[in-house]
Design a protein around this ligand. Structure first.
Ligand code: 4NP
Length: 159
């Protein structure tokens, strides 16, 4: 099972989601079963490490994002990943606009897994530190929900 987090720049929200979700998987002993990556819709930051404010917010919770490097959504992602998790509505629309006709990947707003039907993870790039704290709070909540859902699906596949 493979999961791809998608935001606009791949330097704030989706790298945070990748780091938080990886830790959640490790806590639940699923890190060898579920593959994880993140990417951006835009190309401006390709090759760069996550924004220093995102790295600092994650480090305050014991999560190191420093090894991540930004990349752009690619057509292969629609075949390599089972879940494409968008941070906001624009990201989701961009995913659907690029989707090849035969791709079966499930694309949804990530916060669906925190129980919100239409809520987005707000873009913190032009704001301050509180925005980065809000991102990580929301992403932690949704990561718990997503791990729970994947665990149920894995158990259903096994039985
Ligand atoms: P992200 O944040 O999509 O959460 O990585 C942004 C990063 C950069 C830009 C916008 C959003 N930008 O316009 O460069």
């Amino acid at each position: 099972m493979r999961v791809l987090f998608v935001c606009l720049g791949n330097i704030c929200r989706s790298p945070t989601a990748e780091g938080v979700f990886r830790r959640q998987l490790a806590k639940d002993g699923l890190e060898d079963i579920v593959g994880v990556d993140s990417c951006g819709i835009g190309s401006w930051h390709v090759g760069k490490a996550p924004d220093s404010r995102a790295q600092a917010a994650a480090l305050r919770r014991g999560i190191d994002l420093s090894a991540q490097r930004a990349r752009q959504l690619a057509v292969e992602d629609f075949y390599r990943f089972d879940y494409l998790l968008a941070m906001d509505h624009d990201n989701l629309a961009a995913i659907e606009a690029q989707r090849p006709a035969d791709s079966r990947a499930e694309a949804v707003l990530f916060l669906t897994y925190a129980g919100y039907s239409e809520r987005a993870v707000p873009d913190p790039y032009y704001g301050g530190e509180p925005g980065f704290e809000e991102v990580i709070d929301l992403v932690e909540e949704a990561s718990r929900g997503l791990v729970e859902t994947l665990r149920e699906r894995l158990e259903a596949q096994r039985s």
